[in-house]
Design a protein around this ligand. Structure first.
Ligand SMILES: C[S@@+](CC[C@H](N)C(=O)[O-])C[C@H]1O[C@@H](n2cnc3c(N)ncnc32)[C@H](O)[C@@H]1O
Length: 402
């Protein structure tokens, strides 16, 4: 399974893994480059992915060594576990079993809201917008039955009321498997279904308004998509991909601030991929966090009115996304790595919050006596918009400290 031998340490190769979410800054497209850097500094043992995000590193190398995936967001831990801890065991539920249970929940719950919008019969912008306005008003309804979070908070936004009914139902079914090894795979397949049925641009910062015939016809494509179908497609793919035996490595997932995570490390290899721009992941992916926590969060409001994005109030603000805090954030990252006596491979881009030169200077001051290298590659960055600059040419860099 492992490729070429470097001295006595085996090198990682990029293995195939299912993709679950469209994630800003995901390294899945440049995993070969990332692994080149990790291989350069790896001296055996656990690899700590300090800012795991969509968990692409656990996907690529989780069958080759123990991975400690950390990220402040809870959904990231679920994605990591789907890659590193999934295996196929006797009694693992099939897609049909899960969907049959979900369909029966949807039938029951849909009674609470009366008739559902028939999107194939929508003839005009006005008709569409008035149907969706009614759905949006569900946010102020009181529901008697549990498991109505998406129906209440997100109907008529990224998803239709019908799609929300399915998200809630699949989430309810997933909960019945919480202590089983299939739980992260079921949840991650649901995150995939949410991403591919959402009318947004790949994240959950803002959903689109239907203002023109053109935007309406594009939004309708997503409104007509069935959550169940996308769930089934991904879950079946995951079942085929899953190892047939229990994981051989002792993987770990944590949801700590990176400083706290580093304080518990005792030597090894750290891969760090901190945010590089001013937008907070907690704003872009709040719906995934809410799916996982399912905690009926208080929604952000202005003058007593819930804001359009339906964000949770308690969102994490990362110091890497705040101009006045980013330099200190890198200092603490480097000091934490140095204190833990680990080697480091760190990704950043030339369009980040601080320059590569500044980062190199900080690293040189903090890692005295260590070898420091910087590797570059060209990369088309996904901006997750529908604008013309959807892909911008940027240089991705890897800072290596060993
Ligand atoms: C560039 S993304 C990582 C992408 C990941 N390598 C991938 O391939 O999907 C940065 C991640 O840092 C996380 N993050 C931001 N601030 C953090 C903090 N203070 N502690 C831990 N994680 C943090 C975000 O939630 C986000 O998932």
């Amino acid at each position: 399974m492992l490729a070429v031998q470097k001295e006595t340490i085996a090198l990682f190769e990029e293995l195939e893994y299912p993709s679950f979410v469209k994630y800003m800054g995901s390294k899945s497209k440049i995993m070969g480059f990332v692994l080149e850097g990790v291989n350069e500094i790896y001296r055996g043992g656990v690899v700590c992915d300090l800012f795991a995000g969509s968990a692409s590193l656990a996907g690529a190398i989780g069958q080759q060594c123990a991975v400690h995936s950390n990220d402040i967001q809870k959904y990231s831990a679920i994605l990591s576990q789907a890659y590193s801890n999934s295996y196929s065991y006797s009694g693992i539920p099939g897609a049909e079993q899960i969907l049959t249970k979900a369909a029966s929940i949807v039938r029951k719950n849909s009674k609470a809201i009366g008739s559902l919008t028939e999107y194939s019969a929508i003839g005009s912008l006005e008709e569409f917008n008035s149907a969706e306005d009614l759905q949006k008003q569900l946010v102020s309804r009181t529901f008697r039955r549990e498991w109505h979070l998406f129906l209440k908070n997100y109907s008529g936004t990224w998803w239709s009321a019908e799609q929300c009914l399915w998200i809630d139902a699949l989430r309810e079914v997933a909960e019945t498997y919480r202590v089983e090894p299939c739980y992260p795979a079921v949840m991650s397949s649901l995150m995939f279904a949410m991403a591919y049925t959402s009318q947004g641009t790949g994240h959950y910062a803002q959903y689109r308004d239907a203002k023109t015939e053109g935007s309406l016809s594009d939004i309708l494509i997503y409104r007509k998509r069935a959550v169940a179908k996308y769930f089934e497609r991904k879950y079946n793919e995951v079942l085929l991909w899953m190892p047939k035996t229990r994981p051989v490595y002792g993987h770990l997932t944590t949801t700590l601030d990176y400083r706290q995570c580093l304080s518990s490390l005792r030597g090894g290899t750290v891969y760090a991929d901190p945010p590089y721009c001013f937008v907070h992941y907690s704003r872009f992916y709040h719906a995934l966090e809410t799916l996982v926590l399912y905690d009926y969060p208080k929604l952000q409001a202005k003058n007593g009115v819930v804001v359009k994005g339906r964000y949770r109030e308690d969102r994490h603000q990362s110091p890497f996304c705040i101009k006045s805090q980013v330099t200190e954030a890198f200092c603490q990252l480097f000091k934490g790595v140095a204190k833990s006596k680990s080697n480091l491979a760190m990704s950043y881009s030339n369009t980040g919050m601080i320059t590569i030169e500044e980062i190199e200077k900080l690293a040189t001051a903090i890692f005295s006596g260590k070898k420091i290298e910087v590797l570059f590659t060209d990369h088309q960055h996904m901006t997750l918009g529908r604008l013309k600059d959807r892909h911008r040419e940027v240089q991705e860099c890897l800072l290596l400290v060993s």
